[in-house]
Design a binder for this molecule. Structure first.
Ligand code: THU
Length: 135
């Protein structure tokens, strides 16, 4: 039997990492914590920019940390903003899709929901893989 997901740990980790957010413009401090399929927990916080549009969401930090720390597949993710639960924005759902897939779980209002439910009919990465037979 696979180990149950420790949502409490993910939430407390997300709350802790949100303290490191760089959010001088929105003052909305976001933290995200994810479980990887090898058992490690990775985190991210939002990093804003004076350009506004170049702001990095907390989930972007998670994806970057996933690659930096050795890759793997995302199993579950919890995001908080100003100490309250939040759901990842649409752009981040697409980012998460590529590294977690349809069965990845997001905590939504205290309940785990599949990413396929949170991003129906997602753009699949397979559709852009180049045909190796093509020149
Ligand atoms: N933000 C995140 O970090 N993740 C989300 O999923 C939604 C929004 C950040 C971006 C910006 O720094 C602040 O929250 C307000 O939108």
């Amino acid at each position: 039997m696979t180990k149950p997901i420790d949502w409490t740990l993910l939430r407390t980790t997300a709350l802790a990492v949100a303290k490191n957010a760089y959010a001088p413009y929105s003052k909305f401090r976001v933290g995200a914590a994810a479980l990887v399929d090898d058992g490690r927990i990775i985190t991210g916080c939002n990093v804003e920019n004076a350009s506004y549009g170049m702001t990095l969401c907390a989930e972007c930090g998670v994806i970057s940390e996933l690659a930096r720390s050795g890759g793997g597949r995302l199993v579950a993710l919890c995001t908080v903003g100003n100490d309250q639960p939040v759901t990842p924005c649409g752009r981040c759902r697409q980012l998460l899709w590529e590294h977690g897939g349809a069965n990845m779980l997001l905590e939504v209002n205290g309940e785990p929901r599949k990413l396929s439910e949170m991003l129906p009919v997602a753009f699949p990465e397979e559709s852009v893989f180049v045909n190796p037979e093509a020149d």
